[in-house]
Design a protein around this ligand. Structure first.
Ligand code: SAM
Length: 343
C-alpha cells in the first residue's frame, strides 16, 4: 500500500459506495442472474442478457460489478457463480437469501430513500415510500397477496438460515410442547422437530399468514409434523405450551402492545414454563452490532434493546433466571423461566 493510499479514509469511501454495491446485488438477484449462472454457467454477458432479456452492455457492467464485489468469478469462458452465490443468492439455494434480498430492494430501499424525512419526523415513511400508511406494520405487508408472499419469503430465508443456531442455543429437550408465536412459515418449528423429535411444536400466526404457508413447507415429510394455528396474539387465546418463542417479534411493537403480549404469555405460563426470545441483543451502549442499529432506522413503532433492557422487561412480566446466548451472528437468544408463585 502506497503512502497516499494509506492516508485515504477507506472506510468512508466504502460507505459512500455501499448503496451502489447493495443495488447491484439486488438487481442481479431480481433478474435471477445467479439462477441462470448456476444452471448454465459459465456464460458470456451476451448469453446472460439473452436469457434475462436485458441489454448486453448493461448486463456486462452489472456482471463485472458482481465480480468486483466477489459474488461472481470471471474467466475466458465467461461468468460463473462463486460457491456462496450458489448457496445464498440463487432462489433455490440451500440457504437462499433471495427472499430477503427482494424484500430489501422492494421494501427497505424505498423506505431508506426517505431516511431524511424519517429522522426529521421520527416516524415510519410508508406513506412517502408507498403512498399509503396502514395502521400497523403487518397490515401494510398483508394488504396484497404479492407483498405478503414477498414478506413471508424474506422472513423464511432469515429464519431458515438462523434456525439451527437458535434451536441449539440452549438445551430445550426438557420442553414437551413449544409454541412459536408469530412463527410465520414454520422454518424454526421444523428445525426444532428435527433436533427434539419428541417435542410437539405449534406455530401461531395471523390467519392471512397461515393460509399461505404451504409453499414454504419442506418437501420431505418429517415424522412429527408442525401444527399451525391461526389467530391474533394480542386478542385471541394462545395455544398451551411449556415453551413459548418470540423470534423477531418484540422489536416491532410499541410498549403498549408488548405489555398486552407479555401479560398474555405470562398468564398462560405455568411455573417452570419458559419463554425464548430471539432478537439481536444490543450492547449496553446500544451502538453495536451495526445490523440492529441500522435496522432501527426504519422507524417502526418498536425498538431494539440491550441485554439489561430485555432482562428488566422480562422480569416485569414474571420471568426470571434470564440467560443470554450472544451468537454474534444474525440472531441472539434469551431464555427465561416463569417464576414460581410461592412467596
Ligand atoms: N418469527 C419469524 C422469524 O423470526 O422469522 C417471523 C418474524 S416477523 C418479523 C413477525 C411475525 O409476527 C410475522 O410472521 C407476523 O405475521 C406475525 N404477527 C404480527 N402480528 C401478529 C399478531 N397480532 N398475531 C399473531 N402473529 C402476528
Amino acid at each position: 500500500v502506497s503512502e497516499s493510499a494509506a492516508k485515504l479514509p477507506s472506510k468512508i469511501l466504502d460507505l459512500m459506495d455501499g448503496f451502489k454495491a447493495s443495488k447491484a446485488l439486488f438487481v442481479a438477484s431480481k433478474l435471477k442472474m445467479f439462477d441462470y449462472l448456476k444452471n448454465k454457467g459459465p456464460l458470456k454477458a451476451v448469453d446472460v442478457a439473452n436469457e434475462v432479456g436485458t441489454s448486453v452492455c448493461g448486463t456486462e457492467r452489472l456482471l463485472d460489478a458482481c465480480v468486483a464485489l466477489g459474488l461472481l468469478e470471471k474467466t475466458s469462458q465467461g461468468y460463473s457463480n462463486t460457491d456462496s452465490a450458489n448457496i445464498y443468492l440463487t432462489s433455490d439455494g440451500e440457504y437462499s437469501l433471495h427472499g430477503y434480498i427482494i424484500h430489501s430492494n422492494d421494501h427497505l430501499w424505498p423506505l431508506f430513500t426517505n431516511l431524511e424525512s424519517a429522522v426529521r419526523e421520527g416516524s415510519r415513511q410508508n406513506h412517502r415510500a408507498f403512498g399509503r400508511k396502514a395502521e400497523d406494520l403487518f397490515k401494510d405487508y398483508y394488504h396484497s397477496q404479492e407483498v405478503k408472499q414477498r414478506f413471508m419469503a424474506a422472513m423464511h430465508s432469515i429464519a431458515h438460515l438462523t434456525a439451527r443456531d437458535l434451536a441449539t442455543a440452549f438445551d430445550l429437550s426438557q420442553f414437551k410442547s413449544t409454541c412459536d408465536l408469530g412463527g410465520c412459515t414454520g422454518a424454526l418449528a421444523h428445525e426444532l422437530i428435527q433436533i427434539y423429535p419428541n417435542m410437539k411444536v405449534t406455530v401461531f400466526d395471523l390467519p392471512e399468514v397461515i393460509a399461505n404457508i404451504s409453499y414454504f413447507q419442506p418437501s420431505e415429510q418429517c415424522a412429527a409434523p408442525v401444527t399451525f394455528v391461526s389467530g391474533d396474539f394480542f386478542k385471541d387465546n394462545l395455544p398451551e405450551a411449556d415453551l413459548y418463542i418470540l423470534s423477531r417479534v418484540l422489536h416491532d411493537w410499541p410498549d403498549e402492545k408488548i405489555h398486552i403480549l407479555l401479560s398474555k404469555i405470562s398468564a398462560v405460563c405455568k411455573p417452570g414454563s419458559a419463554l425464548l426470545v430471539a432478537e439481536i441483543v444490543l450492547d449496553e451502549q446500544k451502538t453495536h452490532p451495526p445490523r440492529a442499529v441500522l435496522q432501527s432506522l426504519s422507524m417502526t413503532e418498536g425498538k431494539q434493546r440491550s441485554g439489561s433492557e430485555y432482562k428488566q422487561l422480562l422480569e416485569k412480566y414474571g420471568f426470571t433466571n434470564t440467560q443470554f446466548k450472544i451468537t454474534g451472528t444474525l440472531l441472539d437468544a434469551v431464555l427465561c423461566f416463569k417464576k414460581n408463585l410461592s412467596p
